[in-house]
Design a protein around this ligand. Structure first.
Ligand code: ZN
Length: 160
């Protein structure tokens, strides 16, 4: 198990656009493993994107605690979205803050797994929200940019 340091809000790395992965090397596999370790550390997160550990590659990992378990996405692309949901979000890179964000209720996402195989996943509810949140990280977008009422709230310990 290896933890990576989290990049926090204010660091310009979080505002950059990540590059696609052109080859799934052992380094990328290690990145995926370390990202999951970092996400699960003390049960803190339900998703993490590579820029949050300082790597500007189009990779993220999510586990919202449903039947899907841990899901890894390499070069993800949201190919369909529909409906709408508004709920509170948090982020490992934005500790102590939350706000209400509108996301699609249903999405279809295409990506590669760690074996380089393409898959398409349909997701709704929290999983759709989480995937959209992580996908935004790959484009330098943070959830606090999308507050539906323009307000950002403090939390004591609630983080996603
Ligand atoms: Zn985040």
């Amino acid at each position: 198990m290896a933890l990576r340091n989290l990049v926090l809000e204010g660091d310009p790395l979080l505002r950059k656009t990540s590059r696609p992965v052109d080859e799934i090397t052992p380094r990328i596999i290690k990145l995926l493993d370390d990202m999951a370790d970092t996400m699960y550390f003390e049960g803190r997160g339900i998703g993490i994107a590579a820029p949050q550990v300082g790597v500007l590659r189009r990779v993220f990992v999510v586990d919202v605690g449903d039947e899907h378990g841990k899901l890894e996405f390499i070069n993800p692309e949201i190919i369909e979205s529909s409906g709408s949901q508004v709920d509170g979000e948090g982020c490992l890179s934005v500790p102590g803050k939350t706000c209400e964000v509108e996301r699609p209720e249903h999405i279809k996402v295409k990506a590669l797994n760690r074996d380089g195989e393409e898959f398409i996943l349909e997701a709704d509810g929290l999983l759709a929200r989480c995937i959209c949140h992580e996908n935004d990280h790959l484009n330098g977008i943070l959830f606090i940019d999308k507050s539906v009422d323009g307000k950002i709230y403090s939390t004591e310990s609630e983080e996603e």
